[in-house]
Design a protein around this ligand. Structure first.
Ligand SMILES: Cc1cc2nc3c(=O)[nH]c(=O)nc-3n(C[C@H](O)[C@H](O)[C@H](O)COP(=O)(O)O)c2cc1C
Length: 409
């Protein structure tokens, strides 16, 4: 991500485009350098001259600039790539229904839509349109799709619309757009303040005798990253962790456990107060039928080991489930997608995060992961090798989208 203070302000063909002149001033007052990009149709509503004068920069209105002097001895800068790499954020305000459709479907037929695809900077979109257009299921599907890839939406407000009727469609208030954009760009979005998120992490340990135990290779990094992200986004966060070497994330309620049994009891205790449960722990599947009171002698070892299944925490939780969203993990070494999908259905999960731990950059003790997130409403998102922190935020984004869609239906 770029460390510059350059923000791209994309403006599309809406009546509300005139308000973006003021948004430009507000962004400048907040210390940002602003590159304005207008779509061809936006020029019908605001002039490039006004925006160029205020931003003190040429306004980009075309993909191909025929007036540009090209000197082949210099390195040619390809503007949409250059700006995408340098911008710290992309704000599209107002965004038309047409713009949302293009972005959601990867269409890159003008400067703004091409820049969006080329950029990894936080993107904030403030749509504005007629109420019927906003409520149209096709527009809503496009919004969901964009939300699911991490685009931050500032939904239109209710009010008097340009065509003389009341309804939801007015572009959000400029202060809200500014405030949300600055927070998104600084990674400071408080969109989970209404949630209590219970996260499990790490391995469990099943004692064989006073000195030996059965465990697995989970480091806890994925679960800790989720708890950290949830807390940063304003959720009341409860972390139930097996033994790890990780520092406790700040401001989370932390419960240290050892065995699957302990993990199950602690999770069941906090489940009723939670709105979302994310089970990232690698809970052991087997334990010793009876833990030996004394250290098992080497010669007797093989005769004394009878393994039995540990508690199935999820099947216990399902009995107590009310409105909570249940998210599970499936770390597999073969047929990960198929096994994960089956697990989601069999265990009554709302969402599953599948990772094939044999893939490069995925799995235990690494700071990166490669996952596919599937929700029970059929949405699927694959994320290539990325930091566990970034994946944590994407999982939370997916949960928010799932919740918004489920509440609507
Ligand atoms: C007077 C007028 C106002 C419009 N207002 C909106 C609007 O608020 N929201 C919207 O989605 N489209 C609106 N449109 C339609 C868009 O301008 C049209 O879909 C255009 O193709 C959008 O192009 P763009 O997304 O490339 O800017 C309006 C059109 C006209 C003629």
């Amino acid at each position: 991500m770029s460390n510059s203070n350059l923000i791209v302000l994309g403006i599309t063909g809406c009546i509300a485009a005139y308000k973006s002149v003021e948004l430009l001033r507000l962004l400048q007052k907040s210390g940002f350098e602003v590159q304005v990009v207008l779509t061809e149709h936006a020029k019908e509503f605001v002039t490039p001259l006004t925006l160029a004068s205020l931003s003190q920069k040429s306004v980009i209105t075309k993909m191909f600039d025929s007036d540009k002097q090209i000197n082949c001895k210099e390195t040619i800068k390809i503007d949409h790539i250059d700006i995408a790499q340098n911008a710290t954020g992309l704000i599209i305000a107002p965004a038309t229904a047409n713009c949302l459709a293009k972005l959601a479907n990867g269409i890159a037929d003008d400067f703004l839509s091409t820049l969006f695809l080329a950029s990894s900077a936080p993107t904030i979109i403030a749509p504005a349109m007629n109420v019927q257009m906003w409520n149209n299921s096709i527009v809503q599907e496009n919004v969901s799709k964009l939300r699911s890839v991490g685009v931050k939406f500032i939904d239109p407000e209710e009010g008097y619309l340009a065509e003389g009727i009341e309804g939801q469609g007015r572009m959000a208030n400029l202060e809200t757009i500014l405030d949300t954009s600055v927070k998104a760009i600084n990674g400071d979005i408080q969109d989970l303040t209404e949630e209590t998120i219970l996260v499990t992490a790490g391995p469990t340990c099943e004692d064989l005798d006073p000195v030996r135990f059965l465990t697995n290779r989970s480091s806890g990094k994925m679960g800790y990253a989720i708890a950290t992200a949830a807390q940063e986004r304003g959720a009341k966060t409860i972390l139930v962790s097996g033994p790890t070497n990780l520092p406790t994330p700040p401001k989370v309620s932390f419960f240290q456990v050892r065995s699957a049994e302990e993990m199950g009891c602690t999770v069941l205790q906090h489940f009723p107060d939670s709105t979302i449960l994310i089970k990232a722990a690698a809970v052991g599947d087997f334990k010793l039928e009876e833990i030996a009171k004394q250290k098992i002698k080497k010669k007797k070892f093989s005769h004394n080991i009878t393994l039995v299944p540990t508690i199935d925490i999820l099947s216990e939780l399902i009995k107590h489930k009310e409105q909570q969203i249940l998210v599970g993990f499936a770390a597999e070494t073969e047929k990960a997608h198929k096994i994960g999908l089956q697990k989601m259905h069999d265990k009554g999960l709302d969402m599953i995060v599948i990772n094939d731990v044999t893939q490069q950059g995925a799995g235990f003790d690494l700071d990166t992961n490669v996952v596919t997130i599937i929700s029970k409403n059929g949405k699927e998102l694959s994320i290539g090798r990325s930091s566990k922190a970034k994946i944590a935020h994407t999982i939370l984004d997916q949960i928010i989208t799932f919740k918004a869609e489920t509440c609507k239906n």
